[in-house]
Design a protein around this ligand. Structure first.
Ligand code: HAM
Length: 447
């Protein structure tokens, strides 16, 4: 049996990188004061049809739709925003006095796309959604999250492409202008575009088939159709970005493939050598109509989502290492089955106190166990033989210096606390000449 096309398994070093990224993002969300939010992986199809839009590629060509056993139309979520909005409304989150509601989420999304580098059928998105304010400063905050995150990770040449799709009035005017522009050229357009022309002319601009046509290149630009209010919003977003030191380019071709956007839209690219076409690391924008469209009160929203897979590929190409060397504090070696029970009690006690501990489950001989301790990067080895079990005086070996100690069971925790503190000195090393540092210590090389 093989995994389904466009999916992938996570294990080993890749898994450690994924987990490291998740941890960094969780910490970052605390710094930004965002709250964790989780919605189901499948929703009634209507959530995405009405939310993402009936004329978008995502909904017309890419959703995983199915009937459940109750004959209901269900869809695996192709993105996070529509589900979060559905939940925001259903749980009456708009009644929360703590506004704006700043939410973050993370999880798998599903799109039936042609798999290629950076494009999967199951992929993971981290995203944020902010509800309850139309302040352009929050647009700037939302854009700052991925930019600061990518910079923090060490990615260079981060490019923000910024555009505004304007409010309803601006977009209606623009829609008319697009229709007038494309009407004489309908026969040059692909079949999909003919439908887009009727149903949603804005979608014409992100057609992957017709994008090189002269008529596409000469299409009117939304920025020429923004009314005063939309213009002001867009200018303020730019001012706040500048105040935050975030570089951007205004890019009228950035229209985004989802129907719900109003005003600010953006994409963030990283210039990574060998990265290829899928270099959009994340994207987002404002959606002031979506909460109302899905049945809630008139509430503005703005957000973005970033793909994990593309980010991990970018980090790999840029040789950015996310994972510290793995280690454990102690590795316990019972010398025979007779000492297993006593050893298991020590294992459990140490773990319950937070020591990273493992034990031999393979009945290895002492030599192979020492090798295993090396593989696990154990800082200390606790050897438990007949004598140790009888007297309660354990043999504890510093796996780095190979020094051996006899430690009474009652003193074990205090001993490890003290010794591991020495070993964990890391970058703030004050241990001077006494250092018997283990693998985690960076001061070793300096000596
Ligand atoms: P999106 O542009 O469709 O926006 O997706 C956001 C990001 O998800 C992309 O920039 C990319 O990194 C990643 N992504 C999308 N499709 C795939 C795929 N097939 N394989 C791998 N990665 C992929 C949204 O999803 C909006 N919900 C963003 C948003 C949130 N707007 C407002 N709030």
């Amino acid at each position: 049996m093989q995994k389904a096309k466009g999916t992938y398994d996570v294990y080993g070093e890749y898994g450690r990188k994924v987990k490291a990224l998740e941890r960094i993002l969780e910490d970052l969300m605390q710094v930004y004061n965002y709250e964790y939010f989780r919605t189901p992986i499948f929703e009634a199809s209507e959530v995405f049809h009405r939310g993402v839009g009936d004329t978008t590629d995502i909904v017309t060509k890419e959703t995983y739709d199915f009937k459940d056993r109750g004959d209901r139309d269900m869809t695996l979520r192709p993105e996070g925003t529509a589900g979060v909005v559905r939940s925001y409304i259903e749980n009456k989150y708009y009644g929360n006095a703590n506004v704006p509601s700043k939410l973050w989420y993370y999880g798998p999304m599903f799109r039936y796309e042609r798999p290629q580098s950076g494009r999967f059928r199951e992929f993971y998105q981290f995203g944020v959604e902010v509800f309850g304010t139309n302040d352009p400063a929050i647009d700037a905050e939302v854009i700052s999250i991925p930019v600061n995150f990518y910079k923090m990770l060490g990615l260079k040449q981060i490019k923000v492409h910024l555009n505004s799709l304007g409010d309803n009035e601006s977009r209606n005017n623009y829609r008319e202008a697009l229709k007038a522009h494309f009407a004489p050229h309908l026969d040059e357009l692909c079949e999909d575009c003919k439908v887009r022309f009727e149903k949603n002319p804005l979608r014409l601009l992100d057609c992957k088939v017709d994008c090189d046509l002269e008529v596409m290149k000469k299409a009117p630009k939304i920025t020429d159709y923004l009314n005063e209010e939309s213009k002001k919003h867009f200018e303020l977003v730019q001012k706040y970005l500048e105040a935050m030191g975030i570089e951007y380019v205004v890019d009228p071709s950035c229209v985004r493939g989802l129907d719900y956007y109003t005003n600010t839209v953006f994409e963030v690219e990283a210039s990574v050598e060998g990265f290829g076409a899928q270099n959009v690391l994340c994207a987002g924008g404002r959606y002031n109509n979506l909460v109302k469209t899905l049945g809630g009160p008139d509430t503005p929203g703005v957000g973005f989502a970033l793909g994990f897979e593309r980010l991990l590929t970018a980090l790999e190409y840029e040789h950015i290492n996310l994972i510290d060397e793995d280690f454990i504090d102690t590795y316990i070696i019972p010398m025979s089955e007779n000492e297993k029970e006593f050893s298991m009690s020590i294992l459990n006690a140490l773990r319950s106190l937070g020591f990273k501990t493992d034990i031999d489950y393979m009945s290895r001989n002492l030599k192979s166990n020492f090798k295993q301790a090396e593989r696990l990067n154990a800082k200390f080895i606790i050897i438990i033989g007949e004598e140790e079990a009888k007297t309660g005086v354990l043999t504890v070996k510093n796996n780095n210096t190979k020094e051996e100690f006899k430690v009474k069971l009652d003193d074990l925790v205090e001993f490890l606390d003290e010794k591991l503190d020495e070993c964990n000195c890391g970058d703030d090393c004050h241990c001077g000449d006494d250092c018997h540092c283990g693998s985690n210590c960076h001061c070793k090389e300096e000596k």
